[in-house]
Design a binder for this molecule. Sequence first.
Ligand code: MSP
Length: 644
Amino acid sequence: MEKSSKKRFYVTTPIYYVNDIPHIGHTYTTIISDTISRYKKLAGYDVFFLTGTDEHGQKVEKAASEKKLKPQQLADQVVGRFKNLWKTLNISYDFFIRTTQPFHEKAVQKIFQKLKNKGDIYKGVYEGWYCVSDENFLSEDVPLEKGGYKICPDCGKRAGIVSEDCYFFNLSAYQKPLLDFYKKNPSFVRPPSRMNEVVSFVKQGLKDLSVTRTSVRWGIPVPDDPGHTIYVWFDALHNYLTGIGYDRNIDRFHKFWPADVHFIGKDILRFHAIFWPAFLMASEFPLPRTIYGHGWWLKDETKMSKSKGNVLDPHDILETFGSDPLRYFLLREIPIGLDGNFSHEGFVHRVNSDLANDLGNLIQRILTMILNFFKGKIEESEKEKEDDKKLRLEFAALKEKVFKLYEDYAINRALEEIWVYINSVNKYLARNEPWKLAKMKNKRKRLGRILYQAAAALRGISYLLYPVIPGSSEQIWKYLGEEKPLEEESFSKLKFENYKPAQKIKSPKPLFPRVSLKDFLKEEEIQPAPARKEEKMEIISFDEFKKMDLRVGEIVKAERVEGTEKLIKLDVDIGTEKRTMVAGIGDVYSPEDLEGQKLTVIANLKPAVIRGIESQGMILAAEVEGRATVSFFDKDVPTGAKVR
Ligand code: MSP
């Protein structure tokens, strides 16, 4: 398991913009990072966990002016909201960095100057499309819309043209070094699908990157050229160095750099997997070990974001449920690489079923029996029987599995395994029926053994759950009569049979009360979505149906539409001709899955331009929770045949 000498581990979240208050999406990355940080601390690592806020740039400047505030005032207000939320969510960061802190600004200027002296940053003129919302220059292949403007492919907002003197970073020179690096370090970007995305992007060629602005005043001034401010991403990415002490606590910096993992949302993958390593190569710092690009939380199948107005405020949930149910739900519901759709119904169901029923009832049952039958301390117990031993050995195996899964950041899988064990303990109790034994005088020792096994199992469960639900785990630990704080028990020494309660078991308060969906939604003032069957169905006549030209089409070629997550461009043979169609199925199917397949297409649909491509028809697919399932024909049918 973990090495005996204390190893260091450095984990980060992105630093969040202060243009708006935090939402569920922001809490997600922070909860993942906190869980991994807590796990690593248990596993004996010397951990540094960094989070913070990204306070410069046009986005914050604009939001502040809309609120008639100075950018610094806005930042000071919003930063408090983030810090309070992290406190409520039990986030145990080691340092909170703000990019307006003078030590950070000075260090960024120093690195900028170093790169300028080396020739990696040089002066020129920039002309191009810029998206203020994402603080991002659009690549040249983003097509012009009819009105002569461009739309940001990431957020869908209209971009503006900027033309200004600026300093460029010599990104093109790092194309080959980056590709070599990716090749040698295939798990630099995780999950692997995101690594492939990055590699193919870099292979297409990299242009030099403008790293200063003259039109933005709210930024770190370029040393000796204060008419320019440093590009907010150049500024922000360096927080990962300055936050652990670059240029002010150099021992700590050398102890923790390079980072073991930067957890980020997939929206900011390019900045972290291309620009960041290139900047670090230029300034000759070692590169981080892993960039983990997690999926998004969607609401109504679209990314939760301020600009779309569909964000969920975590406070509503926290007020009703407290922090651990939210932490548990976000981590249990989806593997960290994939997207998840947040629904109130799903949330309440998961929390009631896993936490209130499975775990909550188990805690209550075991502790109450020990209190009722042994006045809180098991004094007599017989030797382990085969069934008792099985429960102990199953825990040892579980611990090994969970260790590996946490090491691999597969938190949802670790939780799944822990729940398998929770069910085993429930079954063990059902099989051995301690409540019946309690009524028999000569079964006291047997009763003692059964309740000891159950309590030892519960202690182990609470320990393994601690990274995810730290508050509740500590509470269970205390209820079980442990005096030593849970965090002082090392992961490698954790053993079932080490359970030796120092004190009497305490009377437990329910940790996870059931909340009904009705009560929760009332509180939220959100109405559940109407059931589909209640939707009004529009009836069409047979003649109208006959107007549709439905045919068997064969996909002869499929390729992803660049810069999009979901779109695939298809060349479809419809018997009489070849048509181009754009379909939103790229999150479920890869081009290789599609080529050669036959399916139903609507051939006489009015063409539509999607991302600059004329889509001349449509394919049919079932839609389940926003994901498409295409109905391919399971027998060979002639291409172009009519479908009726
Ligand atoms: N300031 C930059 C990051 C600089 S890091 C050097 C930024 N900030 S942000 O406020 O927009 O936060 C982005 C991060 O918040 C995402 O990368 C992701 O980690 C998290 N999320 C924001 N919305 C999200 C969802 N809807 N779902 C999951 N996480 C998302 O970008």
